[in-house]
Design a protein around this ligand. Sequence first.
Ligand code: SOE
Length: 425
Amino acid sequence: MPAAPAAGIPRFRLHVPRFPERGPVDTPSLRIAMIGHGFMGAAHSQGWRTAPRFFDLPARPQMALLVGRTADSTAAAAEKWGWAETSTDWRAAVTRDDIDIVDIVTPGSSHVEIALAALAAGKHVLCEKPLANTADEAEAMADAAQRAASSGVFAMVGFTYRRVPAATLARDLVAEGAIGEIRQVRAAYLQDWLVDPEVPLAWRLQKHLAGSGALGDIGAHAVDLAQFITGQRLTSVSGVMETFVKQRPLLASSSGLGGTAASERGAVTVDDIALFTGRFENGALGSFEATRMATGRKNALRIEVAGSHGAVSFDLEDLNALDYYDATAPGPRQGFTRILVTEPEHPYLSAWWPAGHMLGYEHGFTHQAKDFVEAIVAARQPEPSFAAGLQVQRVLAAVEHSAGTGSAWTTVAAPIPETAPEPSS
Ligand code: SOE
């Protein structure tokens, strides 16, 4: 949680933006305060900066205020990424009259407090995934978001991979019936950065800060993407979870996912691996793997959906392509077709490069910023909503419950109804 500023330290510090905001003078602005500046802070900054430069947005996002715990590192991040002002006081930041959007990229333990304060102050909120550390926290956030939406204030959770064009195309193909009735989902999110027992005890390895381990950090993405592509929600799960390295060196200084190690050790309080099977509302079955122990796999989010007439297969490590199988094609022509998802007709692609000129991990964050701004201006609920984030959180909670009860099949609590917001006056 970002701390309050020490006495004598000014609450806000001004920076000269290196990237002047683009757009015609009559385009309205949406001024953003981003809380946090780690790995996700860099990714979101990139999204805010590029969205108005590649897409014609109905409002100009302005990188107004960056908030962090320490003045110097926050100022350095602001200078690097192009934020105009910095502060160490998130409470003051989220109530400022000149802020329209609060973007939360802190560890999960502070999401609920910041999001509730921001929504109460009438700010639109973008919150990193998973929505919170517990289903109860996520429920409080979803309730607050639903109340705020009725006065034209919107909240969205950052399941960015929905906005990788090939993943969006997979959803579009499934929705138009291209693979028929869905029967099976295989979803795996594979990383290997915890194989080394000397990787230090960063916040992602501590339950009180992160909520859970591989399950919430990357399994949440797999759950959201599987539900997004299929249009089906998980209704029950059976899982196992394991922590292989139980003690790790304390963190001396952080960088990227890990950091440098101190000589003392501390307890790892989250899972290294979570595996589960699930049943979807239409009866389809799914298998899920979330692991940070998949030796050799760096950031492989793989989803394959098999239906009565075909299949789609997506791999984040090959994110410009989608494999599609059409079971209705004549026998000699059957086989997975690799679609290079770079044509202007593909989702988001008309704003980017000529066909075949690839996109990367960072473009999902640009698309996220674009979609959020467009929804706010249109007074339309952006997706995934906090209610959708709560539903994923309930899946995670059910997996944890199942793993703690000998893999008993556990029902996922029903989603809260999403009500359409009243038009804003
Ligand atoms: C770390 O495991 C992590 O950065 C996740 O927290 C992100 O959400 C994912 O995009 C990549 O992996």
